[in-house]
Write a new protein. Sequence first.
Length: 205
Amino acid sequence: MKQINAILVIIIMLFLAGCVIIKEKQQEQKPVVLQFSPTPEMKMSNVMVRSDEGDMVAFLPKDWFLVNLEDNAPANVISVAVDKAYTIALVFSRIRKNESNEKIVNREHLLGLARIAFEKRANKTAGAVKLAGDYKEINMGPRKFAQYEFTNEDKSKRAMSAVFISSLGNFYEMSVIPMNLTGIVPVSQYDLDKVFSSVLTTVQY
């Protein structure tokens, strides 16, 4: 089990960290706003993910479990969970607050926080994955999120993240990442989307 956990950590961190920004001249335009149903598409469990300060909680899908990362996880990672088939990883993390980040969020709100989250990945390694599409806003009743997607170098896998701000003003990120373990059938994009939207319905902040 320790060996599997170590492999999971390596795969997850490579996909999380290995990003590069492609800067293009952007025209001013209204962001795409997605309306998500507050009802999950899949059965959820009572296994809870909770931030240290208690200002963010979420629940895992049924039959998922939290990975014991021991001392392998970066300081910003709150939890990592996987499905029983080891095809999808769910990562909750905290985005560092500093003067620069707060200025961006004050100016650009959640879309600014999404850009910060992606640029944070870009600063760790270069060229492994790319931003896919545009940053989007998500409305789920009174709760607001911003979403972005990223792919690996050959664009065969697409991961997605949602960022949000808690009632205490802390910055958080939830990422759904396809796994690539030898001998395991890869997950479909439909299943990734379903996990993303279902877990997001349980997020309270």
